[in-house]
Design a binder for this molecule. Structure first.
Ligand code: M6R
Length: 594
């Protein structure tokens, strides 16, 4: 959802190569345009255009810009098509102020109208362009950059993280945020601003997290944060334990396949959270209801949580899409634990719901990104230990979320057997990954397909939903996940000769019934791809093809293992189609608008 970066170097060196390196690491947040602004010789220099980073760099040579401080942006268009004119940084008409922005200014039309009447001339269709014009207007009224930014945020409504530079106050970057992420990095060679930590991992490990409405003033001497009354805020410095290599492809063709291959480690590392989870459970005390709130893949992890907590801990559990949460507010009370699951910890829909839930209930965030908004606003936090995830399609963070939920349920119900099953999961995942070549070959068989169905019962139903989401978001093939028993209540009418149906069939209580569902679709001509226990001869005779999984993977832990082949299928089908799995069209990694 757009990424912003700012950097001011302590020495008089060119900042453009560093800005470019940092902003390139945020390509997962927006990849329709890129732009940089630097300052030197009393001028703001700007290079920007629509297109992927590499294309724009080939055309404009983005690392060749003068000046030791500047700002940069990658765009995921909301207002106005991807175009050079709409790319950031945006400036006022005299080129005295340049701004990068992540978020949406909801009242930009009325501001634009007013400023136009005052003589301002706008060049773009963006909401952002009002910001440099407002800052310029307030600087004309003799406010310094910091206070011009402060006056600007009194006028604008919506979500924003902004960074601004001005020719009238060189060697300074002023930044602020509300409902969009912004971090400040204290590096050895300079000071950094960024939407997300992968941008600056190489340069700064010590991080400050500005709160809503705080103004960050960065110059060569350091960083000062002011609250809304101009008081200096003593910010806590936190150290990130991710390494720069974690945010690199490290020899893999795409981040997605690298991250699929890191899943066993993500599970192992997340299992270390057991003690933290025990402390949370002890502190929460009497718990009569659990309510998960999430979006997308995190919602599917939550659905698995409902099956698990209700069946092994006997606690009523609901799962609510964050964007639909407001209709359930009246059912919350102080005996409800509201659990927010999110990879980024910055999803706008989830944050909105969290603020509401905090008023009545205890809240827990299960989040991958340390220091993100959910971690700062929830009462309790479990940090999934998946490391940075760059591919837009969530993979390793999904299994890490599941691991946290399983640990939570096992600790809550004192279920030692489940805990020991969890320990085996990393090895099971690695066994599936050994079938990479087989799954790659298999994926070529589906080049003709326009629709896929995914069927699973019980614990395998959320896996079916997640398998279908992976396929559709990166390959653009329609995929539909169904509870296997529900198919006959309508969608069976869609099953035709050759339509691919993926059936998830781990050994366990649901096996026989799901097998009947497999036969229903097979007898109507479906091309059945089954996931089941290695050595299941009956499955081999009934399905067109089987991906064998270790028979020791019990139904209850199957979601952690059976998702892996589905991720691989989505990945390889996407490659067959010639699409980029890391950057699917229209999508961004972190959705900071409602
Ligand atoms: O960062 P979050 O987990 O809150 O994000 C929620 C969804 O936007 C996210 O899971 C999305 O569905 C992914 N693209 C799925 O791969």
């Amino acid at each position: 959802m757009c990424g912003i970066v700012g950097c001011i170097l302590k020495e008089d060196e060119d900042v453009a190569p560093i800005l470019f390196d940092c902003i390139s690491k945020l390509e997962y947040r927006g990849y329709d345009s890129i732009g940089l602004a630097t300052f030197s010789d009393n001028k703001i220099h700007i290079k920007k255009d629509k297109g992927k980073i590499i294309e724009v760099d080939n055309k404009l040579n983005l690392t060749d810009m003068p000046g030791s401080f500047g700002i940069a942006h990658v765009r995921w268009a909301t207002h106005g098509d991807p175009s050079k004119m709409n790319s950031h940084p945006h400036v006022d008409e005299e080129n005295t102020v340049a701004v990068v922005h992540n978020g949406i200014i909801e009242n930009y039309l009325e501001i634009k109208e007013k400023l136009t009447l005052e003589g301002h001339v706008f060049k773009s269709e963006t909401d952002t362009e009002v910001i440099p014009h407002l800052i310029q207007k307030f600087m004309d009224e003799k406010f310094d950059l910091e206070h011009a930014v402060r006056k600007t945020i009194e006028v604008i409504e919506g979500a924003y993280a902004i960074a601004a530079i001005s020719t009238r106050e060189p060697n300074k970057i002023v930044a602020t945020r509300k409902d969009s992420p912004l971090i400040v990095g204290l590096g050895e060679n300079g000071y950094y601003l960024a939407s997300d930590s992968p941008a600056i991992l190489k340069y700064a490990k010590d991080i400050i997290y500005p709160e809503k409405g705080e103004i960050v003033i960065v110059d060569r001497e350091g960083v000062i944060v002011h609250d809304e009354f101009d008081n200096v805020v003593n910010k806590q410095i936190e150290t990130i334990n991710w390494t720069p290599e974690m945010a690199e492809k490290e020899g893999y063709e795409h981040f997605m396949i690298k991250e699929i291959n890191e899943q066993a480690t993500a599970v192992t590392n997340t299992l270390t959270q057991k003690e933290n989870i025990q402390e949370i459970i002890d502190d929460v005390g009497d718990l009569q209801r659990v309510c998960f709130v999430a979006c997308g893949t995190s919602y599917h992890a939550s659905l698995t949580g409902k099956y698990l907590i209700e069946s092994i801990a006997g606690i009523p559990t609901d799962v609510i899409l964050a964007s639909e949460f407001k209709y359930s507010v009246n059912t919350l009370n102080d005996k409800t634990l509201v659990v927010f699951i999110s990879q980024s910890g910055e999803t706008a829909d989830s944050l909105k719901a969290l603020d509401v839930a905090n008023q009545t209930s205890k809240t827990l965030g299960i989040v991958n990104v340390a220091g993100s908004a959910i971690t700062r606003r929830a009462d309790y936090v479990i940090q999934t230990q998946a490391g940075p995830e760059i591919g837009v399609a969530a993979t390793k963070t999904y299994v890490a979320q599941l691991t946290s939920i399983y640990l939570f349920a096992a600790v809550l119900s004192k279920n030692e057997e489940l805990l020991s099953e969890l320990e085996k999961v990393p090895a099971f995942i690695d066994e599936v990954l050994e079938q990479d070549d087989f799954i790659k070959e298999l994926s070529k068989r589906y080049n003709y397909a326009r629709d896929f169905f995914y069927l699973g019962r019980g614990y395998s139903y959320p896996t079916a939903l997640e398998g279908a989401l992976k396929l559709k978001e990166i390959s653009y093939i329609h995929g539909e996940g169904y509870a296997a028993g529900e198919l006959k209540h309508g969608p069976l009418a869609l099953i035709d000769e050759g339509i691919p149906v993926v059936v998830i069939l781990p050994p366990g209580d649901n096996y026989r019934k799901t097998m009947s569902n497999l036969e229903e679709v097979k007898s109507r001509g479906a091309n059945v791809l089954a996931l089941g226990a290695e050595g299941d001869e009956s499955l081999k005779t009934k399905a067109d093809v089987v991906i064998p999984i270790n028979p020791d993977v019990k139904e209850i832990i199957a979601p952690l293992v059976y998702i892996v082949p589905l991720q691989l299928i989505a990945y390889y089908i996407t490659l067959e189609k010639g699409h980029d799995p890391d950057k699917p069209k229209n999508l961004a990694k972190c959705v900071t608008v409602e």
